[in-house]
Design a protein around this ligand. Structure first.
Ligand SMILES: [Zn+2]
Length: 238
């Protein structure tokens, strides 16, 4: 067997070369190139996802560096999407990268159409709900995640098949307070999002649908809550 970059994948019985090949034409859009996005993007790229789209409007700031592992001190002030694109090229030349230097909104969301799976790596509830609603409308599977201090949560949503964010968050508080975030929390959570994307494409294992994972790194506890789709939710009416 040829020992290429993915050799250790070929040794996994229910993964193998056949599943690896499926990733070549898999297209994932990552919305937000911060802490979650950095970690998700790096693992999508090293694992051979054929096309990665990145949406972000921000520049690299000194306060990003403890968790946004795509960026180095020499990148300060540069556009995140451009640095990210360059970094992916260094990681894996086989990955095609498309960058969008804007904030996703109701006027530009048609970019989602060209992707198979969306990773919500944004840092605010308005963007998360927007991604939820667009993905439900366009039947795009996606991974949600949110981080806060030592804690994070994540779930995977397959429109038409699983519960959506609005089923889970019946009452939504739109708070903008910055609670801080511990450096490793978005790292582990973004890796879970990248794993869900790859599992979706390859069909291996069980996705984190209708289940909400809470991660508490302070006390090292991982808890999963079952979520039941809400019959009256907008996601059931599509
Ligand atoms: Zn719903």
């Amino acid at each position: 067997m040829i020992k290429d970059r993915y050799f250790k994948h070929y040794l996994i019985p229910n993964f193998g070369r056949e599943k690896q090949e499926l990733l070549k034409d898999f297209k994932v859009l990552v919305v937000g190139a911060g802490g979650l996005g950095s970690s998700a993007i790096i693992y999508l790229a090293t694992n051979g996802v054929g096309k990665i789209g990145i949406v972000d409007f921000d520049n690299v700031d000194i306060t990003n560096l403890h968790r946004q592992i795509l960026y180095s001190p020499s990148d300060l002030g540069k556009l995140k999407v451009e640095v990210a694109k360059e970094k992916i090229k260094n990681l894996n030349l086989d990955v095609n990268v498309e960058i969008f230097n804007f904030k996703l909104n109701k006027k530009n969301y048609d970019i989602l159409e060209n992707y198979d799976f969306i990773i919500d790596a944004t840092d605010n509830i308005e963007s998360k709900l927007l991604i939820n609603d667009i993905c439900i409308e366009h039947k795009k599977p996606f991974s949600y995640a949110g981080v806060n201090r030592f804690f994070s949560s994540t779930t995977t949503i397959i429109p038409g098949k699983s519960s959506c964010l609005r089923c889970i968050f019946k009452k939504i508080k739109k708070e903008h307070k910055d609670f801080g975030v511990f450096g490793t929390v978005p790292g582990i959570t973004g890796i879970i999002q990248a794993t869900e994307a790859i599992k979706f494409r390859t069909g291996v294992g069980e996705l984190l649908t209708d289940r909400f994972l809470f991660i508490d790194l302070l006390n090292m506890k991982f808890r999963i809550s079952k979520v039941n789709p809400d019959k009256n939710c907008m996601c059931r009416k599509n």
